[in-house]
Write a protein of this length. Sequence first.
Length: 65
Amino acid sequence: MVKLTLREKESIQDAVRRFRKLVERSGIKKEMRRREFYEKPSEIKRRARLRAERRAFRASKMANR
């Protein structure tokens, strides 16, 4: 949970800007986007496998240099 206490003489705009940064850094926004629609477990596994394949390909490409 993100908590924000208003600083002394801080404008609302500054507080909102600080709150947005806190939310983004905590990963809440990313998590909400990820959970917005149901994703089948097979799709989750497929995406993870593709990410791993790309990572391995990039690693092997960098090793060959």
